[in-house]
Each structure stands twice: as C-alpha cells, then as structure tokens.
Design a binder for this molecule. Sequence first.
Ligand code: B1M
Length: 224
Amino acid sequence: MADDILKQIATCIERGKVNAASPYPPDLKGQDGADELTRKAIDQGVDPNEILTKALMAGMGEVGRKFSENKVFVPDLLMAAKAMTAAMAHMKPFFESGKAKHRDTFIVGTVQGDLHDIGKNLVCMVMEGGGWKVVDLGVDVSTEKFVEALSNNPEAVIGLSALLTTTMVNMEKTVKAIKEKNAKTLVVVGGAPLTDEFAKKIGADKYSADPQTALDYLNKTVAA
Ligand code: B1M
C-alpha cells in the first residue's frame, strides 16, 4: 500500500506532474499529481523520510539519469523541480516539527552561477527543524553577498550548496573570503558533486552529504 503511493509520487516527480489541475504531461491529465499524492501519503501515515527518499529523491534521481542519457531535456527538469517543490511544501511541517528555540544563525545559499535550490531548501527545513534561525540567501549568491550577510550576523555559521562541477569551484573563493573576514566562522559545504577531499582542499570546515549531517555537525560543534 505505502509502496504503491511512493511509486506513484516518484512517477509524478519524474514526469513533472505537479497537481491534478496541471495539464502536463498530457497522458496524466486529470489525475492526482505530486501535490495531492504527497498529502495523501502523509495523511495515510507514511513516514515522511520514506516519502523523501523513496519517492521524491528517487523520482528526481530518475529524471537526472535520463537527462544524462539525453532522454529528457531542461524543460523536463524544470517540471520535475516544480512537482518536487509542490510535494516538499507538505513535508515542511514535518521537518519543522522539532522546532525549538533558535540556537544560532545559519546563513545558507547556492553559490554563484548555480540555480539549483531543492537540496538547499531541504537543508533550510532541517536546520529550522533543529532550532536554527535560517537566513536563506537563495541561489546564484556571490561571495560579496555571503560576506555582507556575515557582517550583519557576525556569530553566524555558513552553508554553501553547489550542484554543478562548474560552480563548486566558486566555493573556494567564497570560503576564502569568509575566513578572511573571520577565521573562526564555520563553513559547511554540500551538494551532489562535492567530496570530503574537495571540502578540505578549499578550507571548508565540513563536507555534508545530506542535511542531517550538517545539522548534527553544527549542533555538536556550536555550543547551544
Ligand atoms: Co540541473 N543538473 N542543470 N537542473 N539538475 C544536475 C545537477 C545534473 C547532475 C543533471 C545530469 O546531468 N544528470 C547536471 C550537473 C552535471 C555536473 O555538473 N556534474 C545538471 C546540469 C548540467 C544542469 C544545466 C547546466 C543544464 C543545462 O542548462 N544544459 C543547468 C544549469 C543551470 C544553473 O544552475 N546555472 C541545470 C538546470 C536545472 C534546472 C533549473 C532545470 C533544475 C533545478 C531546479 C531547482 O533546483 N529549482 C535542475 C534539476 C532539477 C537537476 C536534477 C535533475 C535534480 C537536482 C535536485 O534537485 N536533486 C540534477 C540531477 C540529479 O541530481 N539527479 C541536475 C534533488 C535534491 C534533493 O538533491 O540537490 O543533490 P541535491 O541535494 C541533496 C544533497 O546534495 C545535499 O542534501 C540534499 C538532500 O540529500 N545537499 C546539501 C545539497 N546542498 C547541501 C548543502 C549542505 C548540506 C547538504 O550544507 C550547506
């Protein structure tokens, strides 16, 4: 039962079926989309972590794989992202359910040249759920913008996200500028093409493969 709905959601993400009202893709016209099915799954008591990994991320992984094989194209990725965003709106209260008092400020953004924000938005939800005050600078964030945000919140920690091999290199300049501003500011980096080795090489304090690792690291490292 749970597996069925998870598969249906994954298909909606992969095919970019946002909601029942959406006419795209034509062969799914009139059927429930990622929006309604995610709501239904939550109402049926399916574990939100399973919805995230087995449906949302699985569907996104599939569309990404097909994109690599030239079987789908940028507009398909955009529709998949729209469907994922609609589904994630239902997940927000779950991730925020552990909301506690604000521990500290977490400034986060996707680095310059990079427009991918779904992973970064998940990081925001998990950090907020962990009691952090999140300052989300959005996508395509310049080094100067990160440094300016740090000037306004000198005690904050910083999170940088990148999804492209061509933009992960922009992280190095940003980490350097942050550390020049304040050598003690913690910088966590994440995103699909990154590695632990890369994070060390550019002087970041932590590579985090997923949002929970970032939260656990910061909770442990920054005194409450
Ligand atoms: Co693009 N894209 N994309 N894309 N896209 C990828 C990343 C790609 C791998 C697809 C592929 O080829 N298979 C490829 C990158 C190749 C590379 O560099 N190695 C790619 C490309 C090439 C491009 C364009 C260049 C395509 C073009 O125009 N020809 C273009 C670039 C635009 C730009 O940024 N300047 C482009 C555009 C887009 C869209 C705008 C259409 C859309 C993004 C919409 C949006 O984000 N609002 C899009 C999408 C959807 C994807 C895929 C399919 C999905 C990304 C995603 O949201 N994943 C992606 C292929 C894939 O990943 N399978 C792909 C789900 C998300 C939950 O995972 O973001 O990895 P992820 O986040 C994870 C972790 O990485 C981690 O936590 C999250 C949860 O576990 N994490 C952090 C992320 N940031 C973190 C920060 C942290 C900690 C953890 O601490 C601070």
